[in-house]
Design a protein around this ligand. Structure first.
Ligand code: ADP
Ligand code: MG
Length: 281
């Protein structure tokens, strides 16, 4: 177990090294501070340019309502997602985490809904760039929810058959979604593939998102999420009230703690809330 933990730590550090290449180069012994400042600005310009070249999403209020996405703008419905977003950011900053998987034991707990609301809530903070990757490749839904007419298959990029940019859609140049239209049969094998990991590392380096959110399939129904745990920094576990059992949560916690970090458990679909929990809304 110790050997696994140290291998995971090494992989994580290697990832960190790769994405920090530019900033490390800039921060080490600046001989000509003015040049450094300029190159930092030009790197930021190049990153912004890449974001600006992505295809834009056209959000329709009908589509948002249908998908239960309420956090595009600040309002009372977005309040609980915003609290979660802020707590999440605190934990991420404190631990230097960037990659978050949204996971659950079973299906229909609300992972995708939570992931999208968190993403839009994060993107309301103008200084934050967010990359959302739909790794529920057996039942991809993010593309369908956001832009049903779009035909994107990010899995092709993971397999090295096309550029990731071809499968990204973007909102306000700071929130991008890597989506799939077609289900993928060999998703667990794909997620364990070193080349697929490199594709994700490369996207992280090119787009330099502050937060990467990974929407995942049910942990106890297939091995996709477990296969990918080494690649992420932490997991937000979603439990559905009246459906997810304590035993299922314990099983997931065990898997997550062995290979990554459990950020917390979100109880979703509660029909009954204390008045104080909803702050009177
Ligand atoms: N808090 C909630 N209250 C009511 N319905 C919800 C809530 N969260 C999600 N849903 C609905 O539950 C269904 C499953 O949600 P989804 O996010 O697709 O789950 P998962 O990604 O875990 O399979 C969807 O129809 C979604 O709109
Ligand atoms: Mg889902």
């Amino acid at each position: 177990m110790e050997r696994i933990q140290s291998a995971i730590q090494k992989a994580r550090e290697a990832r960190q090294d790769q994405t920090d290449i530019v900033s490390a180069a800039q921060s080490s012994a600046p001989r000509v501070p003015e040049m450094d400042h300029k190159s930092e600005a030009s790197v930021a310009d190049a990153v912004n340019q890449r974001w600006s070249e992505l295809d834009n999403i056209r959000l329709s209020s009908h589509q948002l309502q249908k998908a239960r996405i309420v956090a595009v703008e600040a309002n009372s419905q977005a309040a609980s997602f915003d609290v979660l977003r802020t707590r999440m950011l605190h934990q991420m900053n404190a631990n230097n985490w960037r990659r978050v998987a949204i996971a659950s034991a079973g299906a229909a707990c609300g992972k995708t809904t939570l992931c999208l609301n968190l993403a839009f809530g994060l993107a309301r903070q103008r200084s934050i760039k967010v990359l959302v990757i739909d790794l529920d490749m057996r039942r991809p839904t993010i593309g369908k929810l956001l832009q049903p007419e779009m035909d994107n298959n990010f899995a092709d990029a993971l397999e090295g058959r096309s550029a990731p940019e071809a499968h990204l859609i973007c909102y306000e140049q700071r929130l991008a979604f890597a989506t799939n239209t077609k289900p993928v049969a060999n998703s667990a094998e794909l997620l364990q593939d070193k080349d697929a990991a490199h594709v994700i590392d490369d996207m992280e380096a090119r787009y330099q998102p502050d937060v990467m959110l990974f929407d995942t399939p049910p942990m106890l129904a297939c091995d996709d999420t477990i296969a990918f745990l080494d690649q992420i920094d932490c997991v937000m576990l979603v439990a559905a009230a009246e459906s997810t059992t304590a035993e299922e949560i314990t099983k997931c916690q065990r898997e997550i703690s062995a290979r990554s970090n459990l950020m917390g458990v979100v109880l979703n679909k509660c029909r009954y809330l204390e008045k104080t929990d909803s702050y009177g809304y």
